[in-house]
Design a protein around this ligand. Structure first.
Ligand code: ADP
Length: 192
């Protein structure tokens, strides 16, 4: 039986908590026995999208590439967690329509909170001009208008956000069934 997976698309500002939530979610689901793959923005830019810039055009290409891979995986039953800023609404909406089981998760924290966290020191660099076109500072972030789930990471703990996502998935019946893999009998392997 063909089992669809699901694409959990985490969007939000740098430092909002996408990677942190994505990793916890990945660990939890894997421990439960699910097939799960994390497509994280930073790793994607070092591999699949190496050389792309941060113009709108290149950001959209990046998002489409991740969407393409996410689709390949999810149609084979994998739970895909994509964690990338993906600041433009239109390309996120395109993916929502061109893939199956796309769940938009808005990892939402005010920019002041993200900047105070400044996990990678990038906000400081953006403020003093060392980095240009930084999302939320001198490049746009278009908030999702109708995300299925919003995690308010300035108000919720990491665990609360993860549990919120898991509950939503369970309620929406979006977790693939954990099916035992049938082992074929010997004569099903007969070579013609
Ligand atoms: P992003 O992937 O969105 O750039 P990161 O996950 O790399 O963000 O960084 C978010 C930072 O915020 C981490 O240091 C994390 O520990 C911290 N943080 C504090 N509270 C939360 C929360 N409720 N959810 C997620 N991250 C949180």
């Amino acid at each position: 039986m063909k089992q669809n997976g699901v694409i959990l698309w985490l969007t939000g500002l740098s430092g909002a908590g996408k990677t942190t939530i994505a990793q916890q979610l990945e660990n939890h689901l894997r421990e439960q026995g699910y097939l799960v793959e994390l497509l994280d923005g930073d790793a994607i830019r070092q591999n699949l999208s190496q050389g792309l810039s941060f113009t709108k055009e290149d950001r959209d290409i990046n998002v489409r590439r991740v969407g393409y891979v996410a689709n390949l995986l999810s149609r084979n039953g994998v739970i895909v967690i994509a964690s990338l800023i993906s600041p433009y609404r239109a390309v996120r909406d395109q993916l929502r329509h061109s893939t199956k089981n796309f769940v938009e998760i808005y990892v939402n924290a005010p920019i002041e909170v993200c900047e105070a966290r400044d996990v990678k020191g990038l906000y400081a660099k953006a403020r003093n001009g060392q980095i240009k076109y930084f999302t939320g500072i001198d490049d746009p972030y278009e908030e999702p208008l109708n995300p299925q789930i919003t995690c308010y990471t300035d108000k919720e703990t990491i665990d609360e956000s993860v549990v919120k996502i898991l509950h939503w998935l369970e309620k929406a019946n979006q977790l693939p069934k954990l099916a035992a893999i049938p082992i074929p009998s010997r004569n099903e392997f007969q070579v013609m």
